[in-house]
Design a protein around this ligand. Sequence first.
Ligand code: ATP
Ligand code: MG
Length: 333
Amino acid sequence: SEPVLEIRRLSVDYGLGDSAVRAVREVDLTLHRGEVLGLAGESGSGKSTLAYGLTRLLPPPGVISGGQVLYHPVDGPPVDVLTLSPAQLRAFRWAETSIVFQGAMNSLNPVHKVSTQLVDVIRAHQPGLSRPARLARARELLRLVGISADRLDSYPHQLSGGMRQRVMIGMALALEPQVVIMDEPTTALDVVMQRQILGQLAELRERLGFAVLFITHDLSLLVEFSDRIAIMYGGRVVEQAPAAQLYRAALHPYTDGLLHSFPALRGPRRELTGIPGSPPDLRAMPDGCAFHPRCPKALAPCDSRLPTLGPPADDPGRAVACWLHPADEVVAR
Ligand code: ATP
Ligand code: MG
């Protein structure tokens, strides 16, 4: 299927000059129209930085140090999000790509009713709509995310965490964007709730046709609900594949480690062995493959040469950056 968002060699630093740390390193990632793409990796691997970077919402001292983010509108030529003017960016953010960020459920304003906040988003972008039409739309959005319309008059504190999260999703869908990015607050929501939300998002996607970039560190969740999965380590994408294939046969030892870090929700149980050691220090990245100090299968070139992300010899449908599976000469696009 055709791409809706193409991230090309995107790099993001925190800080400038000698004190800069590179949190996202030359990431290539494509989101296709209508698909759910899951992004997983341990804490600190750069998932949120990637999401903030590609939507140009990086908090200081974050800076984009290179790359492109091509967005393909339904009609018209692709635009590089990184070159949009502030005004273009404001229009882009809700109408084309919307984001529900980590901790978003606490970003509802506590002093305003849910209805007021939904209506505000609608009014800001569709000023022509009458007040009754805006309220009707707000009601419809709540229904869409499974909240009954009588909750419109609630204040955020009167809703559970999961409900607030769903209100945020409703808001994100208000202008029927092509892309919804969800950076899951794993620390705040329990697994059951995360599961419900991701399930609901996947279902809404069926009906409305938007694409989803869903970020979490719980890989088992993604296996169940996403079409494709990308894995980040030390700021790089180290593997990407259709979800079922990645689950059946992880190519990167890091992916394998992640699969053995969370209990599977369905299917045969795997032994939970976790991954020994800890994520790399961005200020002192190991040479070669950043994972090699923790890798149970490290080979001779792993501590000196960086493997590029590309399709393994026998499967053009996936990509891996690992010397166990040297890529073809063609770099994955
Ligand atoms: P988590 O699963 O915990 O949300 P993550 O994969 O989203 O982790 P990021 O938050 O993107 O990881 O962080 C990537 C790296 O960038 C980390 O090493 C982090 O310490 C660093 N980093 C994040 N924000 C800043 C900042 N404002 N200043 C300096 N370094 C930062
Ligand atoms: Mg994060």
